[in-house]
Design a binder for this molecule. Structure first.
Ligand code: CP
Ligand code: NVA
Length: 293
């Protein structure tokens, strides 16, 4: 059976650490690991960082990427989704797939006989979580005893981050969110032993956290507008002033400035969002190497 990266739960702790090690190695030294390999990119939703970091990463590792528009295939006429992915295995060595429906990713991985990478689904965003832990470990120069405070929505980015924290030693996640959102989503977090939910800002946690992280209050394809119910969790100067000198601010981007974060914070001296975005490239290479395409 081939390796896939659909969710962080596809990885053991050793796999995760290996991806981080490969990411570090390839950040300064490209190898032609993908020479002669053809990798399909399917993006059903918009993307800047994930798309470009995979495209550049594949180029840097000597491979070819092929942008696939599902609407231009015979899938649009009468060929089934299952058959389409089975046929793609005849030509492609791997697929990187962003979809609005996680179930489609699971079906695709059953019929496509080679590695599939989840480039974000409505459920999860494992590539982002890997890269964000890489960034935290690089910034703090340690792999353990890291505390993250997440502000706002319970979404795909948080889900993968929470799965990652469960995998690692002493990386703890405090989620500050609205109780109704939590009640809708709590089933997803049954096994998340390193994730703690709070419904009111807690100054003691702010004081000791290494990182304040957030994401948009409304993800792509969300039907409900959560701007109002999440207003108290906006990362602004008042909140940042309660943190310590060492605390950094992270956001996977794109950010809706004035909503989940203010301009002063995202452009301020605690923000490492540009470094975070840059590290996506290193992490994508680590993932591609780990998949052994
Ligand atoms: N963070 C992230 O995945 O960004 P894109 O949507 O631009 O790929
Ligand atoms: N939660 C966001 C992440 C974008 C990278 C979304 O799904 O729109």
């Amino acid at each position: 059976m081939c390796k896939n990266l659909i969710n962080i739960s596809d990885l053991t702790k050793e796999d995760f650490n290996q991806i981080i090690k490969f990411s570090k190695q390839l950040s300064s030294n490209n190898k032609p690991l993908l020479k002669g390999k053809n990798i399909g990119l399917i993006f059903e939703k918009n993307s800047t960082r994930t798309r470009l970091s995979f495209q550049v990463g594949i180029n840097d590792l000597g491979g070819n990427y092929i942008d696939i528009n599902l609407d231009a295939l015979n899938l649009k006429r009468f060929e089934s989704f299952e058959d389409t992915f089975e046929i793609m295995s005849c030509y492609l060595d791997a697929i990187i797939y962003r979809t609005e429906n996680h179930q489609k990713l699971l079906t695709a991985s059953k019929f496509f006989k080679k590695p599939i990478i989840n480039a974000l689904s409505d459920l999860s965003h494992p590539c982002q979580a890997i890269s964000d832990i890489y960034t935290l470990q690089e910034h703090f120069k340690r792999t353990k005893n890291i505390e993250i405070a997440w502000m706002g929505d319970i979404n795909n980015v948080l889900y993968s981050l929470s799965e990652t924290c469960s995998l690692l030693d002493n990386v703890n996640l405090h989620v500050f969110t609205n109780i109704d959102i939590y009640n809708q989503k709590k089933k997803l977090f049954k096994k998340a032993d390193k994730t703690h939910f709070h419904f009111k800002i807690n100054d003691d946690i702010l004081k000791r956290t290494d990182c304040i992280m957030t994401d948009v209050f409304n993800s792509m394809n969300d039907s409900e507008n959560k701007e109002n119910i999440l207003r108290d969790f906006q990362v602004n100067e008042d909140m940042i002033n309660k943190t310590s000198k060492k605390t950094v601010f992270m956001h996977c981007l794109p950010a809706k400035i004035g909503s989940e974060v203010t301009k002063e914070v995202i452009k301020g001296n605690k923000s490492i969002v540009i470094k975070q975005a840059k590290n996506r490239l290193h992490a994508q290479k680590g993932i591609l190497k780990w998949l052994d395409i």
